[in-house]
Design a binder for this molecule. Structure first.
Ligand code: AMP
Length: 419
């Protein structure tokens, strides 16, 4: 038997309702804040991620699904969607049409990671990008939108962690300071963190080794080394958040894995997720569009892991078990045509109807199937119904049964179901 590839999975109908619920809430809430949907391709030129995400990041260094197409071009299944959205923004000249462009996306991403609960090789993200303004009000309003969205899902206790990672003015000096502080302990860090210390020192804060973390926790946080502009920006974001009633906690050592972040960075964690407690991350990426060859357009965005969102939904948000209003019980081949016709009448009236053409099966077996589907009614079509142009409707809850002219099927089913 061929099975789904490691790190991928099927979302079966019973679960799909939860995904639809989450996506519907996202569309509704984001729409209210002026965000519009963008759908970019699943694969892009490898160069887009190498430049847009950064060669030094784990994503680019070890997690990309990269392949050559038949003409030898290097393509990559998107591991994230901020770089593709920025590419599309530039390619379609969106910066010329508007001062502030607000976009959202929903779709699959691909990373070659070690699969475990809540971590997949194909997973879905719901993300937003606001391009064109560096005003702290954009950060605060977008975070408010995020809080409203998460609140609607009823996820329980969440925590918004906020930080600033500075800008090209203050970060280089801080980077050097951090390096100087940690170099004496270099040999006590694991190989991964040693590499980070050389190539991208801020990323040592992402270190997963507990002993290393204890050392790193003693290093000065960037929050204490912001330039005046970055500090003012952060104060602006915090002021607006407070005014909008968005709760957050400062996390002076929070850095994000991707190179393009500037100033505001944040994460939302959900303790109930366990080891993979990060539900989403995001921030400001004022350098990205320029990195991709465009003008210096500031941006702000986040990406939520949809798989983790769906996992965390409360039980009552199961999306509702689907069940049909009617299932046809067809007794003999001659009943098939009348069943299709009757089903069509009911569907036009907005009811959901199942026709399973097994006319040779016993009525008992077909009724059992209707019960398994939790159908509200069974509609029996046998020889006498076909001869008389009638249908027999049986309410499955209490067995009430009526034979009516086929043309009256909609009215009768509605009456029986009180709809
Ligand atoms: P990132 O793009 O790395 O900032 O990730 C944003 C969010 O996407 C994370 O907080 C997770 O919820 C989700 N995510 C990232 N990688 C995975 C993965 N391999 N499997 C499932 N969810 C993921």
């Amino acid at each position: 038997m061929i099975e789904a590839v490691k790190g991928t999975r099927d979302i079966l109908p019973a679960e799909a309702g939860r995904w639809q619920f989450v996506e519907a809430q996202a569309r509704e809430v984001f729409g209210r804040y002026g965000f519009r949907e963008i759908r970019t391709p699943i694969f892009e030129s490898t160069e887009l991620f190498a430049r847009g995400v950064g060669e030094g990041t784990d994503i680019v260094a070890k997690e990309m699904y990269t392949f050559l197409d038949r003409k030898g071009r290097s393509l990559t299944l998107r591991p994230e969607n901020t770089a593709p959205v920025a590419r599309a923004y530039l390619q379609h000249g969106m910066q010329r049409g508007s001062d502030l462009t607000r976009l959202y996306y929903i779709g699959p991403m691909f990373r070659y990671e070690r699969p475990q609960k809540g971590r997949m090789r194909q997973f879905a993200q719901i993300g937003v990008e606001a391009l064109g303004s560096e005003h702290p009000a954009v950060d605060a309003e977008t975070l408010h939108m995020l809080a409203v969205f998460l609140d609607r899902l009823g996820l329980g206790r969440i925590e918004l962690l906020l930080n600033s990672v500075g800008c090209e003015n203050c970060r280089p000096a801080y980077r050097e300071l951090l390096k100087a502080e940690l170099m004496p302990f270099r040999d006590r860090l694991d190989a991964d963190c040693q590499r980070r210390l050389e190539t991208n020192p801020l990323r040592v804060f992402d270190c997963k080794v507990p002993e290393d973390q204890a050392l790193i926790a003693q290093a000065s946080p960037i929050l204490d080394h912001l330039c005046a502009d970055c500090r003012r920006h952060l104060d602006g974001v915090r002021g607006h958040l407070e005014r909008l009633g968005v709760k957050y906690t400062m996390a002076p050592r929070l850095v994000r894995g991707l190179d393009y972040y500037r100033r505001t960075t944040f994460e939302v964690t959900l303790p109930t997720l366990g080891a993979q407690s990060a539900l989403l991350g995001g921030g400001r990426y004022d350098g990205l569009v320029q990195e991709l060859g465009g003008p210096p357009v500031p941006g702000f965005g986040f990406a939520v892991g949809e798989d983790r969102l769906v996992m965390s939904l409360p039980e009552e948000r199961t999306g509702g078990e689907w069940s049909p209003d009617a299932v046809f019980v067809i007794l003999g081949e001659e009943g098939v045509g009348a069943s299709l016709e009757g089903a069509q009448r009911l569907r036009e009236a907005g009811l959901s109807v199942v026709v399973e053409p097994f006319p040779d099966r016993s009525p008992k077996a077909q009724l059992r199937r209707a019960n398994d589907l939790k159908a509200k009614t069974a509609i029996l079509v046998g020889g006498s119904e076909v001869a008389g142009g009638t249908l027999t409707i049986k309410r499955l809850g209490d067995g009430l049964q009526k034979t009516v002219p086929a043309a009256d099927v909609v009215a009768t089913v509605r009456e029986m179901l009180h709809v």
